[in-house]
Design a protein around this ligand. Structure first.
Ligand SMILES: Cc1ncc(COP(=O)(O)O)c(C=O)c1O
Length: 403
């Protein structure tokens, strides 16, 4: 049997709508992207949505629009895809990596507050890094694997230390706390539509926000900072090139992707309910039969969308002393599953262990203990909308056999 880590959920309708765009003659960003933006904004409960080429460019665009630059620090949880920290690097500012909770894989807010108290002191312009002199600008909490972080605590801490919050919601379209969707917590947030996410446009991203001025600036910067959009130019005096007053980018999504996104949004509730159904069944079977794995947690009131179904290998239950030993065991497990036709992945990586960040900032693996443990002990199991019960049972059987 072959069980992939993900199968994007694509129906006939996506093909038809993409073909319609291909035949229309307007392939670049246009009406379909605008329709996709409106659909996502309405679904998430935000006023504005701005589509981009990816979540990475979405994050970069937001930070650029907020004038982030060298001399500022931004707190970033280490257990995240490298793109979160890279987006800060692009601006010349410094990503300061912080630790996460092993249970939720999201930023550890208790740790965060202590860290700020230890490493920063109050100054005129804001909190100042005692070592580098940088001003503490903000934090990018990550809603990891489809679970919202402890955002209300992040907001409390941010008020206390005057931080700007930009949420990395690459994995979290549709995730919520007590019925409030990610994106609607009052912060700017960024989504991804990579094929491993709940809905996909091949590649793609989106920025959600409620502030008209920021939204307009982001829209401008997305398209080279042109003072007039291409759609407007097409309907008016198209022969005149507009003015370009700021340094901008080309981070525009195509209408081909927009059309795909519009149809994908029609399936979002079904996609999330199916993913939750399979995750619930995994939880039950793993708790009953696979003692060495801890299933992902879903705190009271939170709705997890299980963009990835990520478990932790339980070092204590394995009876091994070091993370390295447990890591070797996990890797053997992953090899064994791969040999049985089952694809798995490490949840994500701890950015502080990656060469660029180690070399530039001198991080050592154990500097951020939980992020390091998550990197070495996490395992994402296959989960997709069209999964069959037999496929899931096969994964469980192989997990049981290996244990
Ligand atoms: C937490 C997180 N942030 C950012 C990204 C980057 O998203 P994209 O591939 O759309 O640039 C990813 C992608 O996996 C991610 O998981």
């Amino acid at each position: 049997m072959n069980v992939p880590i993900i199968k994007p959920y694509i129906t006939e309708k996506e093909g038809q709508e993409v073909e319609r765009v291909l035949r229309s003659g307007w392939l670049a960003q246009g009406k379909k992207v605008a329709e996709f933006e409106q659909k996502v904004a309405a679904y998430e409960g935000t006023k504005y949505a701005i589509a981009t080429t990816s979540c990475t460019t979405a994050l970069h665009l937001v930070l650029a629009a907020l004038d982030l630059k060298a001399g500022y620090d931004v707190l970033v949880p280490s257990f995240t895809f490298v793109a979160t920290a890279n987006s800060v690097e692009y601006t010349g500012a410094t990503p300061v990596l912080v630790d996460v909770c092993k249970e939720t894989f999201c930023i550890d807010t208790d740790w965060l507050e202590l860290f700020i108290e230890d490493h920063y002191c109050a100054g005129e312009e804001g909190y100042v890094n005692k070592k580098s002199g940088n001003i503490l600008w903000g934090v990018i909490p990550v809603n990891e694997f489809g679970l919202c972080c402890n955002i209300y605590e992040v907001i409390r801490i941010s008020k206390k230390y005057r931080l700007t919050i930009v949420e990395d919601s690459a994995c979290a379209l549709g995730a919520s706390i007590n019925g409030v969707h990610e994106g609607a917590f009052g912060n700017i947030s960024c989504l991804s539509f990579h094929p491993r996410k709940s809905i996909t446009t091949g590649e793609g991203g989106m920025i959600l926000c409620d502030d008209i001025e920021i939204a307009e600036k982001i829209r401008r910067l997305r398209s080279h900072s042109a003072s007039v959009s291409e759609v407007k130019r097409d309907s008016g005096k198209g022969y005149l090139l507009p003015e370009f007053n700021e340094l901008g980018y080309n981070y525009r999504m195509t209408d081909i992707q927009g059309a795909l996104g519009v149809v994908q949004m029609d399936h979002i509730d079904y996609i999330i309910s199916q993913r939750r159904k399979w995750a619930k069944r995994y939880n039950e079977l793993i708790n009953k039969k696979v003692g060495y794995l801890t299933p992902p947690c879903e705190p009271e009131g939170f709705c997890h969308t299980y963009q990835s179904y990520v478990c932790m290998v339980d070092q204590e239950k394995l009876g091994v002393k070091s993370i390295e030993e447990a890591n070797a065991w996990r890797n053997r497990l992953m090899d064994n599953l791969e040999a049985s036709g089952i694809s798995t992945r490490q949840g994500t990586h701890a950015v502080h262990t990656l060469g660029y960040y180690r070399n530039k900032y001198g991080y050592r693996h154990y500097d951020l203990e939980n992020a390091y443990a998550c990197d070495r002990l996490s395992i994402a199991l296959p989960l997709y909308v069209t999964m069959e019960q037999e496929e899931q049972d096969y994964v469980i059987d192989k997990l049981v056999e290996f244990g």
